[in-house]
Design a binder for this molecule. Sequence first.
Ligand SMILES: Cc1cc2nc3c(=O)[nH]c(=O)nc-3n(C[C@H](O)[C@H](O)[C@H](O)COP(=O)(O)OP(=O)(O)OC[C@H]3O[C@@H](n4cnc5c(N)ncnc54)[C@H](O)[C@@H]3O)c2cc1C
Length: 490
Amino acid sequence: MTGADATILSRRGALGAGTAALVSAVMPAAAAAKPRRAAPPASVDVLILGAGMAGLHAARMLEQAGLSVQVIEGSDRIGGRCWTASDVPGRPELGASQIGPGYGRVRGNAADLGVELVLPPRGALSETASFSAAFSIGGAPPTSDWANSPMNRLAPGEKALTPFKLLGHYLLKDDPLVDPEDWQKPEFRHIDVMSLRDYLLSKGASPEAIRLLEVGTPGWTLDTASALDTLRKNHYYVWEGKNGPYHVVRDGMDALTTAMARSLKRPIPLGKIVAAIDAGPKSVRITCRDGSVHSGRMAISTIPLSVMKDIPIRGAVPADERAAWNRQRYYKTVYVMLKIKSNFWEKDGLPPTMWTDGPIETFAYFPSLVPPYGSLVAITNGAASGHLDALSPAALGRLVIDELVRLRPAAAGQVEVAKIHNWSTYPFSKGHIGYFGPGDLCRYGDIVGKPVGALYFAGEHLCRVHAGIEGACESAENAVIALLDRLGSA
Ligand SMILES: Cc1cc2nc3c(=O)[nH]c(=O)nc-3n(C[C@H](O)[C@H](O)[C@H](O)COP(=O)(O)OP(=O)(O)OC[C@H]3O[C@@H](n4cnc5c(N)ncnc54)[C@H](O)[C@@H]3O)c2cc1C
């Protein structure tokens, strides 16, 4: 089975299917049945590095294929970038929350494990739907009438677009992609070499639109992102969103990843920070920072490349693959979660969610499935978040509250900092999600995840068709298929 066949089979076959059905669809029968040849001493067939969505999905598939699997995790928790802030009232999500209608793999895991998915609470933010918000530019008092506000200095044809909608508007304008996998066609390579800024300018974005987009872009600047990489992810979410509403996990994303982990035969040890990898042709040996050694006939690393690129690897990592790892970039995002003591927005009459071009970009309100609490999360992306990295948690918390109260005096005394999470400095992902710079998607996209000896790779940065947690599962499936193919022909 070629990689392309596998991708198409897995994407189409996965919609609505459970994991067990999927394994039997993709697994060569010979691979499962074939007696294993004598391999170098190894504790398990497959060692999986990282217990995020990709690692957990891969582990479940491999166990269902009859292989022995051990997942190890470096942090002190399961789930990676799926992370419910259970210690904050309202239990907001620090990472993934939205489960799209076509997330067949994620939904299949939830259905298999009895994890309940529900519609998001009313008023939740959405990547594709409209929601109400207030806007403040240059520190002026916020307004919810963005289209008619003197703060709105967008070009006449843009005035009705809020800063949340600008990017999607220009990415959808004459969108050349039809199917989510179209970006891989050679005729779109010229868009990869364009920076996002140049692409938006070519679609007619005004200087003020570019300025506002620069504030909101989760990348470092509009110049560091490939237009094609951004286009393909936007295209996927829009294509996906046409199939119905998104869902959330009723008890928080942690409920899903915990259930996936518990369904595995071997418990997942935590605190196993991979410090060195010896990737031979017939086995992989991992040394962790605590001195423990783990080995498998094969391994799948789901460690984000932002971390992986600094882990010493003994084995033939081709120079172009190394270069690809170094070229993979990661979005910057800082979350400051605020506990709300009263619905202060009922006093000033504005929606609780507010977008600003100030030092703290967005105050996003997340209504909760657990009444009476919702939570307000200050989200800062891109270049502005870099300036926050240097602040102590106390100084960052003060800045967020001061900024909110300065713009919305009704919030004085009504919020307090509940939790701070900086995805950019978090040592187990060093960023929010992966993306490529101009020219790098086509140049390195096929190289970045090539196996090194018996070491395979998965993780959201390797998805070809989907994105987010469904993309993480897609990448896991592609690694599992390749690994099973190899075992079948060994
Ligand atoms: C703020 C935010 C919001 C998001 N919202 C959505 C959304 O609504 N919908 C959606 O579909 N997607 C969303 N995403 C993206 C989604 O969370 C990710 O695509 C997905 O969770 C990535 O899964 P993964 O398994 O590839 O990586 P990870 O979840 O990062 O898993 C990698 C694992 O490896 C571990 N690890 C790292 N280094 C080491 C080491 N040295 N040794 C051992 N273990 C190590 C990590 O601790 C982690 O558990 C969001 C992401 C963020 C950050």
